[in-house]
Write a protein that binds this ligand. Structure first.
Ligand code: FES
Length: 571
């Protein structure tokens, strides 16, 4: 054992007060796993491995893991997988976002504490990729993101089905009595039929594209379907690339920069991507000390066209996006707007990647910048007396006839109140009203669920109404659509003005002016504020992760990370 034993199993020794003893003990225990001396001496690529019986999206990970290991071994290092928690979107209560930061902490600490020289991050389902990128950004060891890839679509009669925009579309039809219980039961069994993440440009697909746009994934890998042989080749190549990262010493801090975050924001806007992604990107960038003010999002949105015709905004699915040219085709269209000097995990800059043509493009799915689907980006931030620190509208998925409108507030004070009254035949609501949901933000008891897609009241949906203005401090699934204003900050439970809205108040929306205003005078608001307790849980009644979350979670505009996970600024 020498001082040159600074890699592989010799890294970060367990402290027994005798370094040589620590190494001797570790190698003897490692050899109990059947490794030869040759293998014990190699550099190690750790593989953050996240299959789970509660995560359908990752059910093909064993096959992908074999391919990653093949790539690592062939490139001359030793692959060692390790588990972290996994977050299956629909299996977590109250909502998966609450556990994203826990997974990020798990990932960061296990990368740092265990002996590895680089790490492959295997994620996919909504919160897993942001959690892994947050953890890797903080640990700052050479890292590469490998995503699960999207599910393939399915069929019901003549209809093509893809989770989960079609889940919502058919549920709305069921609520409107257009299909019956037997039909919705049959559809339920056909919506999600293969391994992989949701088949549309929802949060998982948006984050996969953002990881590639940031430079943290191999080029061309974001959209490969989960069950396609290319997914296994991408896995093998990611393993090999991780070995090269050990030599190049490129770390997340070299790759996740203000310039690459701007590229990722451009991609989010051009995709008409998930509203959740702005929260996740703020959290990832925040780990490197980069803030994303929502005014920056608006500046970029004004000059970034929507290019991708995918559900929930458009007509196609992720498999179509892959065969149409994938993210590379979008990046090439946006090239004049991108920061091309940004470094990527391959050791090439983005500009070097885009210097070579990546093949034919199907223009029915990916438009040119000269003839975009929309001239401006898919997301826009709104500010005003109802949202002093901002709110988000996915304008590409909204009804433009509702963009300049004043309406009467119909208020629900909690998710429970919403569930109890939304379908009440006596509910005083018309198509011109604005539905308002309070106390569904990050510090509320509900933990900021994807409940911002408030259902259209049955008395209106049964008459054919498909959209109305809906306002909340909640989030919305990336697979959803409608004129839905989300992420209001500060949230109601933290004392934001959203908590002061009452039935019958007037609210004015102006997307043109980027405004959302509560038309109630300040004296009245002050009276209401004094009489409105914060809808937060009493910290004295909380323990464990619940308590940590309640005390530390930041607002939506700061990415809902924990305050204490931000980088420490010295001096
Ligand atoms: Fe995993 Fe949609 S449920 S990505």
């Amino acid at each position: 054992m020498t001082d040159s034993d600074d890699h592989g199993f010799a890294r970060g020794l367990t402290n027994y007060g005798d370094r040589d003893f620590s190494l001797y003990l570790r190698k003897s225990f490692a050899s109990s796993m059947g490794y030869s001396r040759e293998m014990l001496a190699k550099k190690i690529v750790g593989i953050a491995y996240t299959p789970s019986g509660f995560n359908n999206c990752h059910r093909h990970f064993p096959e992908m893991l074999d391919a990653v290991k093949r790539g690592v071994l062939a490139a001359g290092a030793l692959p060692v997988e390790f588990p972290t928690i996994s977050l299956g979107e629909v299996f977590l209560n109250p909502t998966s976002l609450k556990f994203r930061n826990l997974m990020a902490m798990d990932t960061e600490e296990m990368i740092r504490a265990q002996p590895m020289d680089a790490v492959v991050l295997m994620g996919g389902c909504d919160k897993t990729v942001p959690a892994q990128l947050m953890g890797a950004a903080s640990a700052d060891l050479p890292a590469i993101q490998l995503v699960a890839g999207p599910m393939m679509t399915s069929r019901y009669g003549e209809e093509r089905l893809g989770a989960c925009t079609d889940c919502r579309r058919f549920w709305a039809k069921y609520r409107a009595n257009e299909i019956d219980a037997e039909q919705i039961g049959n559809i339920e069994m056909r919506l999600a039929t293969t391994a992989g993440t949701c088949a549309v440009m929802g949060t998982a697909s948006t984050m996969a594209c953002i990881a590639e746009a940031l430079g943290m994934s191999l080029p061309g890998t974001a959209a490969i379907p989960a069950v396609h042989a290319d997914r296994l080749r991408a896995s093998e190549a990611s393993g090999a690339a991780a070995v090269r990262l050990i030599e190049s010493k490129l770390k997340p801090s070299d790759i996740i920069t203000r310039a690459s975050v701007e590229n990722a924001l451009r991609i989010l806007l051009a995709l008409g991507g998930s509203t959740n992604a702005i929260i996740h990107l703020a959290a990832i960038a925040g780990r490197r000390g980069i803030d994303i003010p929502l005014s920056w999002l608006n500046e970029l949105s004004d000059t970034t066209p929507v290019l991708v015709n995918l559900k929930p905004v458009g007509a196609n699915y992720m498999e179509d996006f892959f065969f149409a040219g994938g993210l590379g085709a979008v990046l090439r269209e946006l090239k004049p707007l991108l920061n091309l000097d940004c470094m990527t995990v391959t050791g090439e800059t983005l500009g070097q990647r885009l210097a070579t043509d990546e093949g034919p493009v199907d223009r029915k799915v990916i438009a040119t910048a000269a003839e975009p689907l929309e001239p401006e980006g898919g997301l826009v931030a709104l500010f005003g007396s109802l949202a002093p620190r901002g709110a988000i509208l996915k304008r590409s998925a909204a009804d433009k006839t509702l963009f300049e409108k004043e309406g009467r507030a119909v208020v629900f004070t909690s998710l429970e109140d919403l569930a109890a009254r939304i379908d009440d035949p006596e509910l005083d609501v018309t198509a011109d009203d604005f539905l308002v949901l309070q106390n569904a933000g990050p510090t509320s008891p509900s933990g900021m669920p994807e409940a911002g897609y408030l259902p259209i009241p049955k008395k209106l949906s049964s008459k054919g109404l498909k959209d109305m203005v809906r306002i909340s401090d909640a989030r919305m699934s990336g697979t959803a659509f409608g004129t839905i204003i989300l992420h209001i900050a500060p949230e109601a439970a933290a004392g934001g003005p959203l908590a002061l809205v009452r039935n019958g108040d007037r609210i004015r929306l102006s997307v043109k002016n980027r405004r959302i205003d509560l038309l109630v005078d300040e004296a009245e608001l002050a009276t209401r504020r004094a009489a409105t307790p914060l809808a937060q849980r009493d910290p004295a009644t909380l323990r464990g992760y619940d308590k940590l979350y309640a005390e530390q979670v930041l607002q939506a505009d700061e990415g809902c990370d924990f305050a204490f996970m931000k980088p420490v600024r010295n001096g």
